[in-house]
Design a binder for this molecule. Structure first.
Ligand SMILES: C[S@@+](CC[C@H](N)C(=O)[O-])C[C@H]1O[C@@H](n2cnc3c(N)ncnc32)[C@H](O)[C@@H]1O
Length: 303
């Protein structure tokens, strides 16, 4: 039996990952907190680093740990979004939460204490003149480059999770409505487990395209960053063998684990927040299901 198999553990994934058996995980599907977007209110949380480049370094260290625990033919999918450089940040203890849109929309400047405004000398101290409000930071891309160049991951592809039911944000005045996130696919080796039947039309042989239109599922659990079960279902069907082990080191309310269990895979989840950990444990115990066969036929557009 693999260590922690079918468990959801409360704690910092940076410590818990070290405890896992080496070369034991078939598939890791995870969505780390995005930089500066949310304060989960827990000490040790990822995503509230004052410097976004420290965030990328921290994430890369976590994926180095994941790599050691992954089987040689294992797969990793990281669901992640980028952030804009913002004019302001909010403080909570030592945390820095940035304005998501790189603007001051909805916030009155008088409400923001000076010490919370973005440090005007950041571009200078970071040696990056471009680091100005409204610039996209390219944090997912920076993470990929680090993992590729410093950790010898195979960066296999960048899928786009398109959210057809994302809001149109009528208050934005100088850009398009943002409606996608990246699903970054990494492997440990050049050859890895795949089940092509999951993404191939049996009659025509046509493949699922790399833009995945999957609606956001409204969460009943109060967690504002839950990913849809249909996305996890597709990824497990595609990249985890029968009875394989699925890991989510940032499991939140346990969506990855719920789907893994329903699809008869073993699962391991880590979560730092007590409240989300409790929800994850309850959801998995309730036997919450998926749509059935593990085939996302409604997602696939063959034409
Ligand atoms: C984007 S959410 C994941 C949501 C999840 N996919 C779901 O469906 O509910 C990221 C989660 O990572 C957790 N987290 C942040 N830092 C952590 C750490 N160091 N170790 C473990 N979990 C952490 C947060 O509490 C949050 O619930």
């Amino acid at each position: 039996m693999t260590k922690y198999e079918n468990s959801i553990l409360l704690g910092d994934c940076r410590l818990l990952l070290k405890d896992l058996d080496d070369d034991s995980i078939d598939l890791c599907i995870t969505s780390p907190p995005y930089w500066g977007c949310r304060d989960y209110g827990t000490d040790g949380q990822i995503g509230i680093e004052q410097n976004p480049f420290t965030y990328v370094d921290e994430l890369a260290k976590i994926f180095a740990l994941v790599k050691a625990k992954l089987k040689p033919d294992g797969n990793v999918f990281v669901i992640i979004d980028d952030v804009w450089v913002s004019n302001w940040t909010r403080c909570r203890k030592n945390t820095w939460i940035s304005s998501k849109d790189g603007d001051d929309e909805g916030i009155s400047n008088e409400d923001i204490p000076d010490k919370c405004k973005i440090q005007k000398n950041w571009p200078k101290t970071l040696g990056m003149d471009w680091f100005k409000a409204k610039q996209k930071m390219l944090l997912p891309e920076r993470l990929v480059i680090k993992m590729q160049e410093e950790q010898s991951w195979f960066f296999r592809e960048k899928l786009i999770w398109f959210k057809p039911n994302a809001g149109n944000y009528t208050n934005i005045h100088d850009r398009f409505a943002h409606a996608y996130e990246y699903v970054l696919h990494f492997t440990k080796s050049q050859y890895y487990f795949v089940n092509m039947a999951a993404i191939k039309d049996p009659e025509t042989g046509k493949l699922q395209r790399d833009v995945l239109p999957i609606p956001i599922e409204r969460s009943k659990s109060e967690h504002s960053a839950v990913f849809p079960k249909a996305l996890v279902e597709l990824l497990i069907d595609f990249s985890c063998p029968a009875n394989g082990i699925v890991l989510d080191p940032f499991c939140g309310t346990g969506t990855t684990l719920v789907v893994a269990r329903a699809m008869k895979r073993r699962y391991i989840g880590f979560e730092l927040s007590e409240a989300y950990h409790k929800i994850a444990v309850e959801r998995v115990a309730s036997g919450e299901g998926v749509r059935g066969s593990g085939k996302n036929t409604s997602l696939l557009e063959w034409a």
